[in-house]
Design a protein around this ligand. Structure first.
Ligand SMILES: *[C@@H]1O[C@H](CO)[C@@H](O)[C@H](O)[C@H]1NC(C)=O
Ligand SMILES: *[C@@H]1O[C@H](CO)[C@@H](O)[C@H](O)[C@H]1NC(C)=O
Length: 285
């Protein structure tokens, strides 16, 4: 039986990538679909590959079954290609229940009209306090292949990495009175949704529903947390004290000088009473 659904499924899979590789987490076992149902969240290759799709009836999302207190999370993503204006793909770790002491570490990918660049939006919420946005362009086309986006979250710092290049580091400055997420367990979430009231060019460009479904691909979801066991346990646990070495520092400087398009720490208009405390600490923030 070759239904059109099946043809679509094969096309979805081909539009991600076919190459097999070691897959530590399995989308069939390690995540729950939390939005869009099986219509909008599809899992292929025995749990190695997942697609989210957005159409005019629904967006889509999933979350990890487990929660973590400190972890390194890696995910390969291929973002919505073509005219992705109005769409937002998110990937974040977050407290499973929202409350006043909300913690969250965010990657959001804001779509654009064909040929115009995505914006990578990052933010950190700690104990309910957010407003720490930094935004970036990417140095590659994030819609033509899978790339790895990582969140390293340990007791000393949070690092946002793209293909292993750090793009942002948020140090634990609790000693200076700056909240840091280090008491609450968080899950990994991802979603694809319509945000055309604000996402693209400030909301001026709307989602073109004639181009739906919009599809984002995921592969090689991997979480290392303190309880991870592995034959390779030394390198497996390196994230727990991970910091920038000289090379990584150089790379971060390169990304931030060439690709950063917004930095709350440089937004004097927004903070007329003075920049947030952590901004004074490091020239990289
Ligand atoms: C949603 O899209 C489908 C397929 O393009 C179309 O038939 C339907 O009318 C649309 N519904 C709405 C509410 O726009
Ligand atoms: C989309 O492209 C325009 C023009 O290059 C750019 O100003 C904008 O920042 C891009 N990203 C978004 C999310 O609007």
């Amino acid at each position: 039986m070759c239904s059109s659904t099946m043809v679509l499924a094969v096309m979805l899979m081909l539009s991600c990538v076919m190459a097999a590789s070691a897959t530590p987490c399995n989308f069939n076992q390690d995540i729950d679909i939390n939005w869009g149902g099986n219509e909008h969240v599809k899992i292929f290759n025995g749990g190695k590959l997942l697609t989210l799709s957005l159409d005019n009836s629904s967006g889509a999302g999933f979350q990890s079954k487990k929660d973590y207190l400190f972890a390194r999370v890696d995910m390969q993503l291929k973002l919505v290609p073509g005219n992705s204006a109005g769409t937002v793909t998110t990937y974040y770790v977050c407290l499973s229940s929202q409350g006043p002491a909300h913690d969250e570490i965010d990657f959001e990918f804001l779509g654009n009209v064909s040929g115009q660049p995505y914006t990578v939006h990052t933010n950190v919420y700690a104990k309910g306090k957010g407003n720490r946005e930094q935004q970036f362009r990417l140095w590659f086309d994030p819609t033509s292949a899978l790339h790895t986006y990582s969140i390293v979250w340990n007791a000393q710092r949070i690092m946002f990495m793209v293909d292993n290049s750090p793009i942002r580091v948020f140090e634990n400055n609790e000693a200076m009175g700056v909240p840091f997420p280090n008491t609450q367990r968080m899950k990994v979430y991802s979603s694809l949704w319509n945000a055309d009231d604000w996402a693209t060019q400030g909301g001026r460009v709307k989602t073109d529903w004639t181009k739906a479904p919009f599809i984002a691909c995921y592969r090689n979801f991997n979480v290392n947390d303190a309880s991870s066991t592995s034959t390779n346990s030394v390198s497996n646990q390196a994230w727990q004290t991970q910091q920038l070495d000289t090379m990584a520092r150089k790379r971060l400087r390169w990304v931030q000088s060439k690709y950063m398009i917004y930095n709350y720490c440089a937004d004097f208009k927004r903070f007329p009473q003075g920049l947030p405390r952590e901004c004074k600490r490091s020239r990289f923030l």
